[in-house]
Design a protein around this ligand. Sequence first.
Ligand code: ADP
Length: 165
Amino acid sequence: MKTAICPGSFDPVTVGHVDIIHRAAKLFDKVIVVVMINYHKPNSYFTASERVELLKRSLGDIKNVEIDMYSGLLAEYADKKGACAVVKGLRAVSDFEYEFQQALTNKKLNPELETVFLTASAESMYLSSSVVKQVCEFGGDIREFVPAEVCDDIISRIKERNRFS
Ligand code: ADP
């Protein structure tokens, strides 16, 4: 059985993330979407548990997709889960340098682990979690950016955060 990992911050989930996860689920027997808890990025808007919850509601019941969170090395996590690949979305040349570095590092740490890049879809290649947060903070409409199932909760959470910061 071929297992792949889709890692990310997902702070919060966007339609771009969902697109990559659906496509990965067609290519692999099992996909584990993992919210990476990164202490170098302490300013996340959503807690790791909230991010997992938003992903669960956005993805619904895809039989071969699991959602998890992890704080540590991705290469180690993949080894523990018996995964053969990491699937990442590539939006533009600007993503490439960082992703290439990550892929080579993971390969060094876990030589069995391949990184598979899927090109972002034309509709969401401009989209990132940061864009969602910025647009929402200034009162813009983010309905096309995030999954419908979680849109209202994302909006109210970002507004609530702004009130207290
Ligand atoms: P971001 O904060 O930039 O959205 P994440 O760390 O949450 O990034 O992203 C997790 C994974 O999803 C990465 O592989 C990233 O390249 C991919 N990804 C993020 N946004 C998109 C998008 N709009 N289209 C395709 N892939 C994406």
